[in-house]
Design a protein. Sequence first.
Length: 77
Amino acid sequence: MSKRDIHFVPHPDGWAVKREGDERASSVHERKADAEEAGRDLARKDEVELVIHGRDGRIQDSDSYGNDPHPPNDQKR
């Protein structure tokens, strides 16, 4: 089974941490910072991408915790 990225997205009760493709949230948090921390922990554990969404639902940023096929150019190898 392939590993699926972790997203944290707006939720009626605050912010939800969801695994890509799942309908239900892994966890729901009142504060965005708490959702981000929980999402980072899952992404590190599973070595996948963390996708950060804004209040409008649009992607704001992402961080890779796995084998990134396209690492940033500014990192030394």
